[in-house]
Design a protein around this ligand. Structure first.
Ligand code: ATP
Ligand code: MG
Length: 416
């Protein structure tokens, strides 16, 4: 893509009234646009990141047997009334709307009710289970506070998976498999080294749920971490009884701020019972499926990556989620430089490289400054000074080196 054609511009100043570091950087670099407090649009660069994150999550969910669907945002109150969660006093983040005839509709904040009701048409026997169903879908939540940029918004894309198992053992087994998939996702997204499975409050069916917490001062949560054992406990549930139960030594715990990038939650039969989802087991007896839910906020994850990996100059994307792998910068307007750079860009395109080409007529200072702000993993510079070579620099490193164009193309083709 030629940067001169990209409709988004970079900004020198932090956006006014934006308190969070992730949104400041992402707005300045032109990845996102703030519509209003807690509501952001993803621009071409931002959408490329979201797409990369989506692909990682989709691959890992498919690998554990997930089947993808796309459910609706408009929801029938009927199933919510069955679960007792239609009431605004029970769920305090509801957005609701109305039909012309005055009857109410829900605007989805989650999909346990809707999916369980959907399965009434498809599940009746033990042969139909287990099933693992997921989607990437917009959720709407009337969050009280929206000060964390794209990490807490009132409209956001969530990957939500729901498991329906025949018994507790089958459920438990999948729950652990999914926890393993979450570790892989966060590893692949470049934040695995900072992300800990954390004991959190479990609701009515299980003592615990599990959060995946990424260490960051920008986090809204406080966790207690035992680094040696690689376990953590959310402050919300920390007490002497719990520590004893988990055989965690209080003295080994360090208090840390963290961001909940994902969570997995045992639901028991709360929703299957309420909605009336049953199956007949192999003895012909009626049973109620055991459920679990497994969420990851895509914007939350993208914002977290920005929070924990950026530096003083801008964003530092891991290769796996970067909008482009290479950022080609042309320094100088001389005809021969332009020609050389265009030719190199063509070769890269023909080789199928994921490359952004800064062909804008701007100062060297501005271009290099923007390259750091955008955070694409590899910067390639062509100028009057680079001769028949290109200057190659990783975003994570300070030093650049001159490399041969043919050997660059060869190496980049191999590592594609
Ligand atoms: P939190 O405690 O942060 O409000 P939650 O317990 O409401 O999260 P879930 O309802 O289980 O979270 O949602 C699953 C995942 O969706 C979370 O782990 C997080 O990654 C993401 N998420 C939740 N709320 C938001 C939001 N308002 N904006 C962006 N992502 C969110
Ligand atoms: Mg919440």
């Amino acid at each position: 893509m030629r940067q001169s054609r990209l409709f988004t511009k970079t900004h020198k100043e932090d956006p006014k009234g934006e308190l969070s570091h992730n949104a400041q950087l992402l707005v300045r670099a032109g990845y996102i646009h703030k519509e209003m407090a807690g509501v952001y649009t993803y621009l071409p660069l931002g959408l490329r990141v979201i797409d990369k994150i989506t692909t990682i999550i989709r691959e890992e969910m498919n690998a554990i047997g997930g089947q993808e669907v796309l459910m609706t945002t408009l929801q029938d109150p009927a199933s919510w009334k069955k679960s007792g969660r239609w009431d605004d006093n029970v769920v305090d983040i509801w957005f609701k709307t109305q039909l012309k005839n005055g009857s109410e509709l829900g605007i989805a904040n989650t999909h346990e009710e809707a999916l369980t009701a959907l399965l009434l048409d498809h599940v009746s026997s033990y042969k139909d289970l287990p099933v693992y169903i997921y989607q990437f879908q917009n959720k709407f939540r009337n969050e009280l506070r929206a000060k964390s940029g794209i990490m807490r918004t009132r409209e956001f894309i969530m990957k939500d998976l729901y498991s329906f198992s025949r018994n507790t053992e089958e459920f438990q087994e999948f729950y652990e498999v999914c926890a393993g998939a979450y570790h892989k996702i966060f590893q692949r997204a470049g934040i695995g080294h900072l992300t800990y499975r954390t004991y959190a409050s479990g609701g009515s069916f299980s003592e615990f749920s599990d959060e995946f917490q990424t260490l960051s001062e920008a986090g809204e949560d406080t966790i207690y971490l035992d680094e040696q054992k690689q376990v953590a406990v959310n402050k919300e549930i920390l007490n002497d009884d719990i520590l004893k139960k988990l055989s965690i030594d209080k003295d080994k715990l360090v208090e840390k701020k963290a961001i909940e990038v994902g969570n997995i939650f045992p639901l028991g039969t709360k929703f299957s019972e309420a909605i009336g989802l049953r199956y007949t087991d192999n003895d012909g007896k009626e049973q109620t499926p055991i459920m679990g839910c497994y969420g990851i906020g895509l914007g939350r994850l993208m914002g977290t990556i920005v929070e924990v990996l950026s530096d003083g100059k801008g964003i530092v994307w891991p290769e796996s989620v970067a909008p482009f792998q290479f950022h080609l910068i042309r320094l100088g307007e001389a005809a021969e430089v332009k020609e050389k750079c265009d030719r190199f860009y063509d070769t890269c395109q023909k080789s199928g490289f994921d490359i952004l080409y800064d062909d804008r007529e701007a100062s060297a200072g501005d271009k290099l400054h923007d390259a750091d702000l955008l955070g694409i993993p590899v910067r390639l510079v062509i100028s009057a000074k680079t001769g028949e070579k290109i200057e190659y620099k990783k975003r994570t490193e300070e030093s650049a080196s001159l490399v041969d164009i043919t050997s660059f193309i060869e190496t980049a083709t191999k590592s594609k």
